[in-house]
Design a protein around this ligand. Structure first.
Ligand SMILES: Cc1cc2nc3c(=O)[nH]c(=O)nc-3n(C[C@H](O)[C@H](O)[C@H](O)COP(=O)(O)O)c2cc1C
Length: 178
């Protein structure tokens, strides 16, 4: 049976240093995981890109291909943005597509793909009015943004807890096998 494809989109926030945890948990749930990172996040994982490619069985993508290049990833059945940064969430809601990650995310809305976003940011970032406004915008467009409640609760600056990052809450919010 062919596996459903999950694009895991990781931005430049600390859980990306543990992206292997998210990938392995998604694989345990039966997903064929493809890792796409932002250019900033790529710098954080550059030293382990070969291992992550071996883990997923797909190249790690971080920038747009050239027009002459072929697609190296299978099309996604769903997308999980984790960790979703303040920066990428705000740009996504505004329709900015200047990274491969944002290109995929902005088009996913029009394609009506299931998309779950699990932020990781601090309370100072969360206090900026753009975040509430843009979270409302993304939710209205059909994106499941797991901010607050059972999802991610912004921490006091410099006091993030990577062990508490709720990967499983995000994975459970994706469409389950039919
Ligand atoms: C050490 C470090 C930790 C950071 N932690 C966070 C974070 O937890 N959440 C966040 O939204 N941005 C964080 N940032 C800022 C983002 O990396 C920055 O806004 C970057 O431009 C995000 O780019 P991206 O959204 O394309 O990945 C951090 C930056 C550094 C250097």
């Amino acid at each position: 049976m062919t596996q459903r494809v999950l694009y895991m989109v990781a931005c430049a926030a600390p859980p990306t240093t543990r992206i292997r945890v998210g990938i392995e948990r998604a694989q345990l749930r039966g997903w064929d995981v493809c890792l796409v990172v932002t250019p900033s996040a790529y710098r954080w994982i550059e030293h382990e890109v070969d291992e992550l490619s071996a883990l997923t069985g797909h190249p790690v993508r971080f920038q747009y291909k050239l027009p002459t290049e072929v697609d190296v990833l299978p099309p996604p059945d769903a997308i999980l943005v984790a960790p979703a940064t303040f920066n990428t969430l705000n740009k996504w809601a505004l329709g900015i597509a200047d990274t491969l990650a944002l290109g995929l995310l902005t088009e996913a809305i029009g394609l009506q793909l299931p998309v779950v976003a699990l932020p990781y940011l601090n309370a100072a970032q969360a206090g900026h009015p753009a975040l509430a406004r843009n979270t409302t915008e993304l939710r209205a467009a059909g994106v499941t943004v797991l901010l607050g409640g059972d999802g991610f609760v912004p921490h006091v600056p410099k006091h993030g807890d990577l062990d508490a990052y709720p990967w499983d809450v995000a994975l459970a919010a994706l469409p389950q096998k039919g």
